[in-house]
Design a protein around this ligand. Structure first.
Ligand SMILES: Nc1ncnc2c1ncn2[C@@H]1O[C@H](COP(=O)(O)OP(=O)(O)OP(=O)(O)O)[C@@H](O)[C@H]1O
Length: 310
């Protein structure tokens, strides 16, 4: 059963800018879904519509079966949103802010639950601190605590780790996993592909308002995955020799490294023949290694391909 169902969603802002072009997307309960896309692709617009902050031009969205427009309150109660920007009262304490946030959703007070949330986010010791006295990372944790205060089943994280340090990023990832274990569905947008690679069950790529791809992360990496063979040459080369034009080669590191990108799933990868040819040409190498292309490589090539096509 999908927990979020998006059908025929479009958004044209008053300026005439079409931020979303017919998005259809269904997200299953308990899934971690990563929405990737460059700046201005429409990620925030999409999230804002689902959270009822922006009105769609056409299309429907349901959250846990509730239409986000006709049944707004019920839909909104199911959702927690951690926005990109910090929006919170600087003069309030951590505990008051998070407690108040729960109240906004009409939920009965539950101090024990709030205590648990603050402890999970290592905020309990700071509960009496005013927000303005906290570090940027701590403020971000407060935003997450606020979003979780009313026990949502669906959590939107808009660029959760933009500009945070490595430690906080790891903490966030751990927290996201913990939430998922409890059955919370998580939709995150990110610029850090590493983050999607680490966390997501499924990945959606949005470009210029279009959801150009939605796929299981592992399948995506397998399907589009390439491997790169790097050879550390004995003598640097000025250019890739014409005799090697059958292979997709690039020189790196001032000609000291030869890189060969190939389809790891292919019957004939071209690797053995390349090695033989190098030997015949007397191009020696000291060392070699191969690596699987990352989600980042895949993403960059997708953006490149679509950008070039447009
Ligand atoms: N209120 C608005 N009025 C007019 N245009 C808007 C408005 N909000 C966003 N846009 C435009 O819609 C497009 C999509 O913006 P959106 O914020 O959804 O992208 P994004 O993928 O979240 O980007 P980022 O990663 O930079 O936040 C952009 O071209 C943006 O300038």
């Amino acid at each position: 059963m999908p927990v979020i169902e998006i059908e025929g969603l479009t958004k044209t802002y008053k300026s005439g800018l079409q931020a979303l072009k017919r998005v259809d997307l269904s997200i299953a309960k308990g899934e971690i879904f990563a929405l990737l896309g460059p700046n201005g692709a429409g990620k925030t617009t999409l999230i804002s519509i689902v959270c009822g902050i922006v009105t769609p031009t056409t299309g429907t969205v349901t959250a846990d079966g509730h239409d986000i427009q006709s049944d707004f309150r019920a839909a909104r109660t199911k959702i927690g949103l951690v926005p990109q920007e910090l929006t919170t009262d600087a003069f309030e304490t951590v505990l008051a802010t998070v407690t108040f946030s729960r109240g906004l959703f009409g939920k009965a007070p539950n101090p024990a639950f709030i205590e648990g949330v603050l402890k999970d986010l290592s905020l309990w010791d700071k509960r009496d601190a005013k927000i303005m006295t906290l570090s940027g990372g701590m403020k971000r944790r407060v935003m997450i605590a606020k979003a979780l205060s009313h026990e949502p089943d669906i959590l939107f994280l808009n660029e959760p780790t933009a500009g945070v340090d490595v430690e906080l990023r790891r903490d966030m990832w751990a927290m996201v996993r913990k939430l998922r274990e409890r059955g919370v569905t998580i939709i995150l947008t990110t610029h850090y592909i590493e983050e999607a690679e680490e966390m997501a069950d499924r990945v959606g790529v949005i470009l210029k308002g279009e959801l150009i791809l939605v796929e299981e992360k592992t399948a995506l990496m397998k399907k589009l995955g390439k491997k790169t063979l790097t050879l550390n040459l004995v003598e640097p080369l000025d250019a890739v020799p014409a005799d090697l034009s059958d292979w997709d080669l690039t020189l790196k590191n001032e000609g000291g490294e030869l890189e060969y990108s190939f389809d790891a799933n292919a019957e004939d990868t071209g690797v053995p023949a390349l090695i033989r040819r190098l030997e015949a040409l007397n191009i020696g190498f000291k060392d070699l290694n191969t690596r699987q292309s990352s989600l980042e490589d895949i993403f960059v090539s997708l953006v490149h391909r679509n950008g070039a096509a447009a």
